[in-house]
Design a protein around this ligand. Structure first.
Ligand code: NAD
Length: 257
């Protein structure tokens, strides 16, 4: 796969899936822009490391994806955007009657509304070059539900609706728009859910992993960040030029049930 000369912007890429996608894009030859809401030496060191390992240009740009203005500034500061990966996401686990309103708003802002802003800012750049790839990281929870995750599941379903709509608006412009729907990947986001799920389900850590998380993943294995990265690189390739407006599940069979 050769993505040489392309620039990929990956939101929320200082850890987990986003970082895995950034590494995969860089290994395929794309220049990468890493992002998160912090601005630490470690954030910039990650970009330096990717640059030295893959021989591409890698930059870190701070932008808080809960703020629409900063979402649009991220694209403007990057200056070039051939591949946009909307990956930043947070989770909050609570029963709907007890779901804090500020958490609902934050989950919707970062997991859904940020993609609206970045897409709106990136499309003129893609139309300008006559080529583009937008890859939205939804979830198996964009296609199915589980209790106690109302905001996340609403946002991830909404992100698939946004994916389909923008795909139709760009179908004649060599721009594709798709969503990847991962099952459980053992990243910091999932680690953070384990204590809350232990409380909600009154279970031990091992039981939450086995009986709640991987219960619905028939492979009984966590998906890896490399598998998500490889899927993103495929969607960015010419082989995927006619794949648009759809979802690709990488979930060990979860949504086949
Ligand atoms: P993670 O917590 O490891 O990484 C999330 C990234 O987003 C981090 O780099 C974090 O700094 C960044 N981020 C958080 N809030 C931000 C903000 N306001 N502005 C900018 N960046 C912000 O999580 P992950 O598991 O790698 O999740 C990445 C994406 O994959 C999310 O959209 C998540 O919903 C989705 N996903 C994860 C799983 C899973 O099992 N881990 C499954 C399906 C979908």
């Amino acid at each position: 796969m050769n993505l040489g000369g392309k620039t990929a912007i990956i939101t929320g890429s200082s850890s987990g899936i986003g970082l895995g996608i950034a590494r995969a894009m860089a290994n395929a030859g794309a220049n990468v822009v890493l992002n998160s809401f912090t601005d630490t030496d470690a954030d910039h060191a990650l970009a330096d490391e990717i640059s030295s390992v893959s021989g591409v240009q890698a930059r870190y740009i701070k932008a808080d994806m809960s703020d629409g203005t900063q979402c649009r500034e991220l694209i403007a500061l990057a200056g070039q955007c051939d591949i946009l990966i909307n990956n930043a996401g947070i989770q909050h686990v609570a029963a709907v009657e007890e779901f804090p309103v500020e958490k609902w708003n934050e989950v919707l802002a970062i997991n859904l509304t940020a993609a609206f802003h970045t897409i709106a800012a990136a499309l003129p750049l893609m139309r300008g070059t006559g080529w583009g790839r937008i890859i939205n990281i939804s979830s198996a929870h964009g296609l199915t539900a589980s209790p106690f995750k109302s905001a996340y599941i609403a946002a991830k379903h909404g992100l698939i609706g946004l994916t389909k709509t923008v795909a139709l608006e760009t179908a004649r412009n060599a721009i594709t728009v798709n969503a990847i729907c991962p099952g459980y990947v053992l990243t910091p986001l999932v680690e953070k859910q384990i204590p809350d799920s232990m409380k909600e389900y009154a279970m031990s850590r091992d039981d939450v992993i086995e009986k709640v998380m991987l219960a619905r993943q028939p492979s009984k294995e966590f998906v890896t960040v490399d598998e998500i990265g490889g899927t993103a690189v495929f969607l960015a390739s010419e082989a995927a030029a006619q794949i648009t407006g759809t979802t690709i599940s990488v979930d060990g069979g979860w949504t086949a049930i």
